[in-house]
Ligand binder design. Structure first.
Ligand code: GLN
Length: 475
């Protein structure tokens, strides 16, 4: 039996019946990493801590390089954090450990989560397990690739504008961005604090519900964490969508959407209709402004969050050759110019500009106003619909190197995923087919705030009636 290839819930069943042990599962997956990862390059490094075999959910997990994990080097895939060893566990890591999970290792990402391809990492790119010439998506590319390649049973990622859902879709797995406030951000190295959420990347919908049970809940150390009861998400796993209303935004199926992606999402919709869901065309008139709004708000917050990386407190410090202005300022400048990559510098410049006096009202404030309009559009649709369905990404995975020199076309990969972050609502990506070239396609469902259960229910029904989630890449 290939234990590394199983879902977490299948493993838990085996543990219960005594047919396999957590130790065997851990060793199987580490063996898999050693044989496959030289090709996929999902991992930045394996964990320094020993696995522990106690607790209810002894499932090994891969952790994105921006989640503080005690004793591990955590760098956000940036040179500027090289050598930073986290002195504490993020809220989600505490919960994982308490539940019995062992940390397999730290996985790759775009530098500071800026990107959609996992190519801006200081460690070099991760490759898509379905085609090693393609990107795995980003920024949680290492998380998605490790799960798709059976190098982890499941993984945690973070999603600011699509960074869980888009790589999940590119790698043929399930990825959920929870409602803002559902999962504690304590110990997540911030990109854009009003948009970031941590969430699961898993092999199927049941695992997604299980991992949500583990990581969700109030944390007083995150002032935006919401003190609402957490349901048992596995109760939402019912194969029944009869009478549920699915909204299809007319703005989503337009120019720029790849024909194969469109076809796959439309057949998924047909299947849900046959299962008894009611389909309704809706309109989200402000969504065409979502990408522009996001790149104002997200870069503004990023420029402010990145100000703390100055060579004094964390990671890298570069001393200037000779003093030009004064020793301290020169050190800041040297450290930041050598430490940040090109995309991080681009975002700092864009964000600083949008926040500077004289431009603040024209860009940042206006961006926040448009954000409200986008949220109002969604609220309006959710008065009548239970979920909204779109593709997750307009294309399948692209070739490594294809978009690095064209940031604007890279930014457009997030056209479907960004509105959920701007509005703070939950959204999931579920595998729904393959392109002729053999690359996975995913659809996205968005739901009402704190209604992850509805997303899980619709996704589960779809999954129970299809077999996409059972397909594995040959590496
Ligand atoms: N790709 C988007 C960006 O570059 C989203 C990234 C994310 O969700 N972290 O900002």
């Amino acid at each position: 039996m290939n234990l590394h290839a199983l879902t977490a819930h299948a493993l838990l069943d085996l543990f219960k019946s005594g047919k396999a042990s957590a130790k065997e599962a851990y060793e199987a997956v580490v063996g898999r990493i050693k044989s496959i990862d030289p090709k996929v390059k999902a991992y930045v490094h394996l964990s320094r801590s020993q696995p522990h075999y106690a607790g209810e959910f002894q499932i090994p997990i891969a952790i994105k390089d921006n989640l503080c994990t005690k004793g591990e080097e955590i760098t956000c895939a940036s040179r500027i954090l090289k050598g930073f060893r986290s002195p504490y566990d993020a809220g989600v890591i505490e919960r994982i450990k308490k539940s019995g999970g062992s940390i397999l290792g730290i996985v790759n990402m775009d530098e500071f989560a800026f990107g959609s391809s996992c190519e801006t990492s200081c460690y070099g790119p991760t490759f898509n397990p379905w085609n090693l010439q393609c990107v795995p998506g980003g920024s949680s590319g290492g998380s998605a690739a490790s799960v798709a390649a059976d190098e982890a049973m499941w993984a945690l990622g973070s999603d600011t504008g699509g960074s869980i859902r888009q790589p999940a879709s590119f790698c043929g797995i399930v990825g959920l961005k929870p409602t803002y406030g559902r999962v504690s951000r304590y110990g997540l190295i911030a990109f854009a604090s009003s948009l970031d959420q941590i969430g699961p990347l898993t092999k199927d919908v049941r695992d997604c519900a299980l991992l949500m049970n583990i990581i969700s809940g109030y944390d007083e150390r995150d002032s935006t964490s919401v003190n609402e009861p957490v349901p048992d998400y596995t109760r939402a796993l019912v194969n029944d969508v009869r009478g549920l209303k699915i909204g299809i935004p007319k703005e989503a199926f337009v120019e720029g959407l790849d024909a194969e992606v469109r076809r796959a999402v439309e057949s998924a919709l047909d299947l849900l209709k046959k299962q008894g869901a009611v389909i309704k065309e809706v309109s989200l008139p402000h969504t065409p402004y979502a990408v522009a709004t996001y790149y104002i708000v997200a870069t503004a917050e990023a420029s402010s969050n990145l100000a703390r990386f100055d060579g004094v407190r964390y990671g890298l410090r570069v001393q200037p050759g000779k003093v030009r202005k004064n020793a301290l300022v020169d050190m800041y400048e040297e450290t930041r110019s050598k430490g940040f990559g090109d995309e991080a510098k681009r975002r700092i410049m864009l964000g600083t500009y949008a926040l500077s006096s004289g431009y603040y009202d024209a860009y940042y404030l206006r961006g926040q106003k448009v954000r409200t309009l986008i949220k109002n559009d969604l609220d309006q649709v959710f008065k009548d619909c239970d979920v909204i369905m779109t593709p997750t990404s307009p294309t399948v995975a692209f070739k490594v190197g294809e978009k690095v020199s064209d940031p604007l076309s890279m930014y457009l990969s997030d056209i479907y995923t960004i509105p959920a972050n701007l509005a703070g609502i939950p959204a999931i990506s579920v595998p729904c087919g393959f392109s002729k070239s053999g690359l996975p396609i995913g659809f996205q469902l968005m739901g009402r705030a704190f209604d992850e259960e509805m997303l899980l229910r619709v996704s589960y029904t779809y999954e129970q009636n299809t077999e996409w989630h059972l397909k594995k890449p040959t590496i």
